[in-house]
Design a protein. Structure first.
Length: 535
């Protein structure tokens, strides 16, 4: 299964060209002073969501329904020429295929179901001399790197580099054959081919050719022919390479030895030049099968960023009454303005479960009261004997309620209420869906005690996940929230290995820099700068 281990941006607003990848764990806390870049990094999550959900000519939709980065020029750091989005991925080429659940997985493409490759994927955007936006898709896997450069549907270049030898192969596909949500899935060229009819006559027609696959095998055959006896024919070498699976290092040499087991002359040369042959052949193999990786990465990133649920820093103010709308809504929008409609979509049992969960974790109960064509959100605090309209309860409740309900939606039964998330019976996250909660400053207008309880609730929700399919990203200035996470580690609610704290800093005239902190197993902060959150 594919996975995201780290994510980074370069030359985006205050970020420089040398920024490091930020690890992605279950709980990711972004801290730092105002205007230091943490909001830019956090908002790149909803930026990519609106990008994968839209049909655009380039991978990034700078202005959309969730966030507004202006356009490429306004998002670009002063003095820079290209913006990069970097992804540390584990990719399974088998994810390039679509299978019915009952089907047995039998992979073509020369790799097995369990193959996973650590991949550094980069999306770069720049303006050409003609002011057209050009995109570079970079894939670094083991000792090879593939760079695809395109503009619109036109492919400008494809280069494949062996990182150990420095050898570069250039290919010339002309168009994007399959676009994808954020990464092109395939490229091709149109060539004139000779076709033989059933009657035996021949005619010419134009066909699309997978240039990377066909030309890579041709070049690898010519390269390996140089290690064979002079009597060896090129066509015999190339025909055997069709069965060569994607592999590297000693495994690749072993596969070549099995394929050419009858050729003693070649086997001897193979042993003498094994290191060079392994590096060069992996370069050719990767380029021949790169479309599987492009498709796998595109499907993973589309699924991951489609699962982003973003809540901005200033959420909608509470209203005394909301007009009834008979809509089934399963997601709180980034302003929280549709919160009453989301709650109204729940059946009576789920409304009670929500209220009880909020009371257990935050000390107040929540109720949606219907009155004719209107309904009102009401709250009852821990030591109160009746419910009050949320508009009478202070601004803090209206700001935190959308965040709380968004968290709880990850705990409800998807089949019963139509929300993707957790099984209400087992209390465990389902493993078949990625979900990332991205929250800006949840502590706004909250009393410190409620900030602390919110931190405890975050740890509790994250701990219910059976796998890494629930990720929480929070930008905060709250020491109380961070202290609550430390207490959760100390009390064994969540492991310290599942929490990453990114410290953002920016000096005048310099780009954003990021360092990392976290907790030890006793819940104490490590690598924490003295006075970082102090006045």
């Amino acid at each position: 299964m594919s996975a995201l281990n780290g994510f980074g941006v370069r030359n985006l607003r205050s970020f420089g060209s040398g920024e490091k990848l930020i690890p992605v764990k279950k709980i990711n806390v972004l801290v730092g002073k105002n205007s230091c870049g943490k909001s830019t990094f956090l908002r790149s999550f909803p930026l990519l969501r609106q990008s994968v959900e839209s049909d655009t000519r380039s991978p990034i939709l700078w202005y959309g329904g969730y966030v507004d980065f202006g356009d490429f020029s306004t998002a670009l750091q002063d003095g820079a020429k290209e913006i990069f989005f970097d992804f540390d991925l584990e990719l399974s080429p088998g994810d390039a295929f679509t299978w019915e659940p009952w089907q047995k997985r039998q992979y073509s493409g020369g790799f097995s179901e369990n193959d996973v490759y650590k991949s550094l994927v980069t999306i770069g955007l720049r303006k050409s001399e003609s002011d057209l936006l050009c995109t570079t898709i970079g894939f670094q896997i083991l000792s090879a790197k593939v760079d695809l450069v395109y503009s619109g549907a036109e492919v400008l270049s494809v280069s494949v580099t062996c990182l150990k030898t420095g050898h570069v192969e250039l290919y010339q596909p002309t168009v994007i054959a399959s676009k994808g949500a954020i990464i092109p899935k395939n490229v091709c060229s149109y060539r004139e081919v000779v076709v033989k009819s059933a009657s035996g006559s021949t005619f010419k027609r134009t066909a699309s050719i997978d240039v990377l696959n066909s030309d890579s095998l041709t070049r690898m055959a010519k390269y390996l022919l140089g290690f064979h006896h002079s009597s060896k024919q090129y066509k015999n070498v190339r025909s055997l390479l069709y069965s060569l699976p994607l592999s590297s290092g000693d495994k690749l040499i072993e596969n070549l030895r099995e394929i050419f087991y009858k050729d003693k002359f070649f086997i001897k040369r193979l042993d003498e030049h094994s290191s060079e042959i392994a590096d060069m052949c992996f370069q050719y193999l990767l380029s021949s099968k790169i479309s599987y990786f492009w498709t796998s990465a595109d499907r993973f990133l589309e699924g991951f960023y489609s699962g982003v649920r973003y809540l901005g820093p200033l959420r909608a103010s509470a209203e005394r009454f909301y007009r009834h709308q008979d809509l089934q809504i399963g997601e709180v929008d980034h302003t929280g303005s549709n919160l009453p409609m989301v709650i109204n979509s729940l059946d009576s049992k789920k409304k009670r479960e929500l209220s009880n969960w909020v009371f257990e974790n935050f000390g107040f109960k929540l109720e949606l009261e219907a009155s004719g064509l209107h309904y009102a959100l009401k709250i009852k605090e821990e030591h109160d004997d009746r419910f009050h309209n949320v508009s009478d309860m202070g601004f803090g409740y209206s700001q935190i309620l959308p965040v709380i309900v968004s968290m709880w939606l990850e705990l409800v039964d998807a089949k019963k209420v139509g929300f993707p998330g957790l099984s209400g019976r087992s209390g465990k996250l389902k493993n078949d869906r990625s979900r990332t909660l991205v929250i800006e400053q949840p502590e706004l207008h909250l009393h410190p005690a409620l900030q602390y309880r919110f931190g405890l609730a975050i740890a509790k929700v994250a701990s219910l996940a059976e796998s890494d399919n629930l990720i929480i990203v929070i930008e905060t200035h709250s020491k109380h929230l961070i202290d609550a996470l430390g207490a959760s580690v100390r009390d064994k609610v969540i492991s310290e290995s599942l929490i990453n704290i990114a410290l953002f800093e920016k000096e005048s005239g310099r780009p954003t820099s990021v360092t990392f902190s976290g907790f030890d197993e006793e819940g104490y902060l490590v690598n924490w700068p003295a006075g970082f959150l102090s006045a």
